[in-house]
Design a protein around this ligand. Structure first.
Ligand code: TYD
Ligand code: MG
Length: 471
């Protein structure tokens, strides 16, 4: 029986089917299967067969060279700079600032002497020029083109031979090798594959821009994520001016680093000290707030956590969370109820991470519990204190990593005390020399301190003791 020469690809999830169907078996979407010619990998029958050579792990290896983009927040996220011969996908909601970021990167790299090409499939040359002028890169020697057809783009790149190639966006490209419409999975995948291959072959770094759908996936082709070496997401709340570049996948570096930018009228500016930005506009200590000393990648970042516990009007009480995990809040509330006897049965609980940052660290548990307790008992936490620690279901507070970095950052920003788990004896001297530490072994300990300070009144911090101080 001859092998089928075509297959059907779902435009929604990218799964491959041998037969056409009205509905995709994998994702359940209707009318998403489109025909595509298969490339057959048959082994040519030749006399001089070639085998692969196996080598051992401990051979000579060269360090990957890096092209510094000149935007240090971008270099941080990519793990130290762009890697020649690699492909990067930058995803994000429309209007979040992807084109702005990459045009700035193009300008900066061109200024530092790299050959950079910026190919826009969405904007005309005029539009890009106007933007470049606004960003202050009017005279940067970037090779600019506005084109959507892959063939001419590759031919042009072959002649131009840039070190860095920026394609904005992959969804607008199409190749005449395939009959599917531009923007379909088939087209996007084929174009991404061609460009990645080009990058590998020519030693250039290709940066692809991809739009993200409402549910947070790069529109259509999850497959593109597998093809490229790094996937970066550009995220942020449009209501806030700051943007975060987060590594989602990275073959050349860690994936937990973030780059922080601020959107201004003349483009994105780097934020070297995110804590100052997130704490900006914070007033005197008020009830229901705590300052969480967190970590984003290797960098300590301080954020304000706000909680509001209010009587529920009727029916099921509400729990609303912005910037943290819903399930995690439910867990903290359950532990507060079960281990500390604080009831939230007829209370609404609202939780907000100020500034629009999203926190994923379990170390925020204690800061959340402290903010909730402070709101529930209507008393502020001690002035100028930071809180961190992981809460276990038993109510114990567990130590978290890199305490020293957290304390140092807090101290740098003028905080006086830290409220956290027990610290090991051998670290005590070192850590308490940074700032006094109030140790909380278990959650009931925190609640009783909040309760006592509520009784003693606003000006009295004595319930918190003075913390352990350096000898
Ligand atoms: P853009 O880079 O076009 O977003 P994307 O490519 O992700 O769709 O950014 C668009 C937004 O950025 C737009 O709403 C205006 C804002 N912006 C500024 O605030 N300042 C600037 O200097 C620029 C260029 C854009
Ligand atoms: Mg754009």
């Amino acid at each position: 029986m001859p092998k089928p020469s075509s297959c059907f690809i779902c435009q929604s999830c990218g799964s491959v089917h041998t037969k056409w169907a009205g509905r995709c078996d994998s994702c359940g979407e209707w009318n998403t299967l489109f025909e595509e010619a298969t490339t057959q990998h048959t082994r040519p029958k030749s006399k001089n067969k070639r085998n692969i050579d196996f080598v051992s792990l401990n051979g000579e290896s060269v360090d990957v060279p890096r092209l510094k983009s000149g935007i240090s927040e971008l270099d941080r996220v990519t793990g130290g700079g762009l890697v020649p011969g690699s492909a990067i996908l930058v995803g994000g909601d429309p209007g979040i600032g992807k084109s702005t970021l990459l045009l700035q990167a193009a300008g900066k790299t061109a200024q530092s002497g790299f050959k950079t090409a910026y190919i826009s499939g969405e904007e005309s040359v005029d539009q890009v020029r106007r933007r470049a002028k606004r960003l202050g890169f009017k005279n940067a020697s970037v090779s600019l083109a506005s084109e959507t057809s892959l063939g001419p783009i590759l031919d042009g790149l072959m002649i131009e031979k840039p070190d860095i190639i920026i394609i904005d966006s992959i969804q607008t490209l199409w190749t005449d090798q395939i009959s599917a419409a531009p923007g379909t999975v088939t087209q996007v995948r084929a174009c991404a594959q061609e460009l990645t291959r080009f990058a590998k072959k020519r030693g250039a770094c290709v940066i692809l821009v991809g739009h993200v759908t409402k549910d947070g996936q790069i529109a259509g082709p999850r497959v593109v994520e597998h093809m490229v070496d790094a996937v970066l997401y550009f995220e942020g709340d449009r209501a806030h001016q700051f943007r975060i570049l987060r590594a989602h996948k990275n073959r050349f570096g860690p994936t937990d680093e973030i780059g922080v930018f601020e959107m201004r009228e003349n483009g994105l500016s780097e934020v070297a000290n995110p804590s100052a930005l997130f704490l900006d506009g914070r007033g005197a200590a008020s009830t229901g707030t705590s300052i969480f000393a967190g970590l984003e990648g290797t960098r300590p970042v301080l954020t304000e956590i706000q909680a509001l516990v209010a009587p529920a009007a009727f029916g099921t009480p509400r729990r609303a969370v912005v910037g943290w995990d819903n399930g995690r809040l439910a867990m903290v509330l359950a532990v507060l109820e079960a281990r500390c006897g604080v009831s939230f049965a007829n209370k609404d609980v609202y939780l907000n991470v100020a500034g629009g940052l999203r926190i994923n660290e379990p170390a925020a548990d204690l800061a959340v519990a402290a903010a909730i307790a402070s709101s529930a008992f209507d008393v502020p936490l001690p002035k100028d204190s930071v809180v961190f620690g992981e809460i276990s279901l038993s109510g114990d507070v567990r130590p978290v990593g890199r305490t020293e970095a957290r304390l140092k950052e807090a101290s740098k920003l003028g905080f006086q005390t830290a409220i956290t788990s027990n610290i090991p004896k051998k670290l005590e001297k070192n850590l308490t020399s940074i700032m006094p530490i109030v140790t909380i072994k278990a959650l009931p300990d925190l609640i009783s301190r909040v309760e006592i300070s509520a009784e003693r009144g606003l000006e009295d911090d004595s319930a918190w003791g003075m913390g352990i101080k350096a000898a």
